[in-house]
Design a protein around this ligand. Structure first.
Ligand code: DON
Length: 312
């Protein structure tokens, strides 16, 4: 086993000194206030050990990373029928792009672009009320992380609800194609609240454990999803988790990862580790700049990659 703590300490030291930190997302006003100097990283190993460095205990807005948990829930409700309403191909376009939707008749390319995640939330709503569904998502994430202190940042949710005209447009457009059952306002209400989940790197790495462990919850020993489904969620993270930066992330880091505009990244090394990195500044694809660098350093130092044979 590599000396993970030493590696994380050196990654955090490099991040603290980095002159180029990217740009903090400001299209959601509540996110624009976050200090770009923040950096955290946490690793939970398959053996159950936690390693962390930097601001790993500070909660941040997980934003699109929540789409991994929402997809897991929606697959539980709709099963493979979900794939009639959402594709499984990388989009090669920005996370909030609308152009592809017209060509593809309101069927989003994948569940991680905003349009796809909105359809996923429509499945979770299942005709019910948004409050109940928001509670269900929160309970699920708390269960995965074994942490009841995880909350939703209401200010971030409100801020996005007040300014999220693009997502409203995506939802209305899909509704016009018959790919949304619930009221547009209800789906967007669930969506912004789910994106406003506030979690630290430690909590996020804990929540991701089932994806490193063939779908099993390491705390309870129960299957959250089947091994096959966990593998497929990981595949989608690898191919679509960084939007039009997914190829570059696979090239540099080589493990499934899901980013969020809050600057977080959840990354999974099947059988080895669940990792969360956070730095609020984003690159030009909307993914955490230093978070991506940190994961590249970590995979280089440990050899963790789905494309490399594991030799102890
Ligand atoms: O819908 C949005 O724009 C945000 N709530 C989430 C976008 C996001 O995190 C994209 N990830 N890099």
């Amino acid at each position: 086993m590599p000396d993970i703590q030493r590696i994380l300490d050196s990654i955090a030291a490099e991040a603290a000194a980095a002159p180029d930190r990217g740009r903090v997302a400001d299209y959601i006003p509540a996110l624009a206030r976050i200090d770009p100097m923040r950096f955290g990283i946490a690793v939970v190993t398959a053996g159950g050990r936690m390693f962390a460095a930097g601001d790993a205990a500070e909660p941040f807005s997980i934003q699109s990373i929540s789409k991994v948990f929402a997809l897991t829930m929606a697959l539980g409700k709709a099963g493979p029928g979900l794939w009639k309403r959402v594709g499984r191909e990388p989009s090669g376009s920005a996370f909030n792009s609308i152009v592809q939707l017209e060509h593809e008749h309101g069927i989003p390319r994948n569940p991680f672009i905003n349009a796809g995640a909105i359809v996923v939330d429509d499945v979770i709503l299942g005709g019910g009320d948004p409050r109940g569904a928001i509670g269900e998502v929160l309970r699920f994430v708390r269960y995965l992380a074994e942490d009841d202190e995880i909350t939703i940042d209401m200010e971030v949710a409100r801020s996005e609800a007040e300014t999220g005209f693009r997502n409203l447009a995506l939802a209305n457009y899909m509704k016009s194609f018959g790919n949304l059952s619930a009221r547009v306002d209800d789906v967007i209400n669930l969506y912004v609240n789910q994106c406003a989940l506030a979690m630290s790197c430690r909590q996020l790495a804990m929540a991701g454990r089932f994806l490193m462990d063939d779908g099993r919850h390491p705390g309870t020993g129960r299957q959250v999803v089947s091994a096959l489904r966990a593998r497929r969620i990981n595949a989608l993270m690898l191919t679509c988790g960084h939007y039009d930066g997914s190829g570059e992330f696979a090239f540099r880091v080589g493990i499934p990862g899901k980013s969020g505009v809050g600057g977080g990244i959840l990354a999974i090394v099947p059988g080895q580790a669940s990792i969360a990195a956070w730095s609020p500044g984003l690159n030009d694809r909307g993914n955490s700049l230093l978070g991506s660098v940190a994961l590249e350093r970590l995979s280089d130092a440990t050899g963790w990659s789905v494309f490399q044979a594991l030799r102890e």
